[in-house]
Design a protein around this ligand. Structure first.
Ligand SMILES: C[S@@+](CC[C@H](N)C(=O)[O-])C[C@H]1O[C@@H](n2cnc3c(N)ncnc32)[C@H](O)[C@@H]1O
Length: 218
């Protein structure tokens, strides 16, 4: 597991913001993954009403999940560009708001690899969940292989799994399929946004508190 060391916090914000502006109209999130997340939310958290997506750039996944789940979902984005997008706030995902603590049904992020302190970051995210809540964290092969000033946290799937399991339970690990159906969905997405078209093995960890309640069971 590797974490890039920044000179100071301002440097972190500068590097992330510069990369954000370069790729402002690109989308890494993919609909197959978001559909898997949505189904898991519906099955395990039937009365979900509030979710947060962390590190959302132009907020594409926020809007997708809002349309799909029909609940209140907001996104966080470190860069000042956040204010251009509905339901996205300019916010460092290493921090929490008082009103989020214990009030969130789910958190989704494909940006954990942008954390300068992944363990604290996960602790903060988990502190926001209701006892029935789930945190969905994407890991991709790309995120494991290299670190730099932007993708500052690199870990293998096993290392991520160990880090999460230090304090929390992994309920499930979804492997995100890359099938022809997925290619067609990505092409459809491409008509509306600039898709980040890199083929990377992706998985999603579904994380819950130890002894978390499971509402889907009587
Ligand atoms: C890999 S991009 C993913 C963007 C988006 N989720 C997508 O699927 O296209 C990571 C995003 O997280 C943002 N980010 C990085 N560090 C952050 C932080 N500490 N808090 C909030 N957002 C952050 C970056 O500016 C960038 O827009």
């Amino acid at each position: 597991m590797k974490v890039h060391k920044y000179g100071d916090y301002d440097e972190y914000v500068r590097e992330q913001s510069a990369a954000n502006k370069q790729k402002l109209h690109s989308v890494w999130a993919n609909p197959t993954e978001l559909e898997i997340v949505s189904r898991h939310v519906e099955q395990t958290i039937p009365n979900a009403s509030f979710g947060i997506c962390h590190g959302v750039r132009n907020g594409w996944e926020v809007q997708w999940l809002r349309d799909r789940l029909k609940i209140d979902i907001i996104g966080t984005e470190l860069a000042e560009t956040a204010t251009n997008y509905p339901h996205v706030i300019q916010w460092d995902f290493h921090n929490t708001k008082d009103e989020w603590i214990g009030h969130c049904d789910f958190i989704y992020s494909n940006a954990w690899d942008h954390s300068y302190d992944p363990e604290t970051c996960l602790d903060k995210w988990m502190s926001c969940l209701k006892p029935t809540g789930r945190c969905f964290i994407e890991w991709s092969e790309e995120a494991s292989s290299k670190i730099d000033r932007v993708d500052c946290f690199g870990a293998s799937k096993d290392e991520c799994s160990q880090l999460i399991s230090k304090k929390f339970d992994i309920e499930k690990v979804y492997t995100i399929p890359f099938t022809w159906r997925e290619v067609v969905k990505r092409l459809f997405q491409l008509g509306r946004v600039r898709v980040e078209w890199r083929v990377a093995r992706r998985v999603v960890f579904v994380v819950k508190h130890r002894n978390a309640k499971d509402k889907s069971k009587p």
